[in-house]
Design a binder for this molecule. Sequence first.
Ligand code: GAP
Length: 513
Amino acid sequence: MAKQEDLFKNVVSHAKEYGFIFPSSEIYDGLSAVYDYAQNGVELKKNIREYWWKSMVQMHENIVGLDAAILMHPTTWKASGHVDAFNDPLIDNKDSKKRYRADVLIEDYAEKLNIKAQKEIEKAKSRFGDAFNEQEFITTNPRVVEYLSKKNEILARMAKSLDAGDLDDVKLLIEELELACPDSGSRNWTEVRQFNLMFGTKLGASADTAMDLYLRPETAQGIFVNFLNVQKTGRMKIPFGIAQTGKAFRNEIVARQFIFRMREFEQMEMQFFVKPGEEMKWYHYWKETRLKWHNSLGLGAENYRFHDHEKLAHYANAAADIEFNFPFGFKELEGIHSRTDFDLKAHEQFSGKKLQYFDTEENKNYVPYVVETSVGLDRMFLAVFSKSLQEETLEDGSTRTVLRLPSVLAPTKAAVLPLVKKDGLPEIAKEIMEELKWDFNVAYDEKDAVGRRYRRQDALGTPFCITVDHQTVEDKTVTIRHRDTMLQERVAITDLKNIIEKEVSVRNWLMKM
Ligand code: GAP
């Protein structure tokens, strides 16, 4: 556990030290769960977005893009159910004035019981060695049985109360468990209340006429309300998809774990409109296709798993998460949902406008069913960044920090380095950079010894370092060093573009799908 925490701390500090992510408005002590992407972060984020967009829009002739506005007519959120049901149960501590998610306080307590049980199991494992029968121990050891059954009992009661909307019982449970405010230790709690996660704002100048709006909590609704506009103007035939990337906002009560759960974040969503009755076929298709997309990045198939939802939202008839092995364990990275015709029907009802498709093969109108894929861009960033950050011990016993980013996503594809700052080498290096920058993001660096410059580029995730030395002046060749193997080869300057292109082209990476 301590190791995982250290790894996560390294991720956060590396992201800051190397210009990937800064806390928002840091000079004013930051803003909780809001982050800024710095000079390298913005490139990595853009490359992830582009990798997604190309695989969705460019590679599918039946998927088109959209960039709907963040601000939408407020009835949108009534129709989608967000006004009434996009809630978290919150509780305030009257002494510390701190606000918590009631369910998270209870879950944290249940997790402590689980950890106690796991500790007993570990102790017994080391005591009994090979003769240890873990399953038998879990079901017979009185202490483990007590911890685990208490944990299950608490979680079951909380789920029942939340499902029934019985917030008084959630408060009672917190009191019975004697849960104290993690900040002050006080047990002086308010009632539990539902808290809507949408950020409100106003449209219009004068107080009397201003209209209450929300910042969108998901990009999907922009797609639903434009469904017919896109279908008609794009002459789209079912099945077809609309893809969109953009900011979403949620007033998360418990926002932690760096960019995993933010208040302002970016989603990459695609709604796939299908004939009713065919949704399960497409749901399975998109589940597999999305997992293949993740795997194409080469971070290791063992780091992904599906979590099929047993309890479904009222509008879904199937749903699964693709979970990723983050530094704090497996957590949701992407959701794939079969949303039925819930959203389009709701918008029909609230707007009074028909949102139907005329199927020429069947000669009838219907409201299509929708299969949605929804991945957080910031979570993708965290997944890629945290898995790529590695400390290596080299053959000579020294260590190096290397950010083994998939090269297609790397912010800078190559750094051009003159071996020394004289003898005409910087001029040649700059000429090479001027030529390569038409095709790739490249950097130039002449400061410090070349070994240190290599290490800096390793830490930034740059796949190639191109070194201009005295031989370059004679025969127009350079050395090209590969980030992952650290191997260097001598190549002609005229070959550089092809070598880099082969390694970083979206085509070559997406072909792995
Ligand atoms: N349109 C469906 C939808 O929004 P969701 O499961 O609430 O579904 C989809 O969100 C994805 O958006 C998640 O899998 C996650 O990657 C990302 N996401 C959700 N809330 C987030 C937050 N507060 N911070 C960062 N990413 C978030």
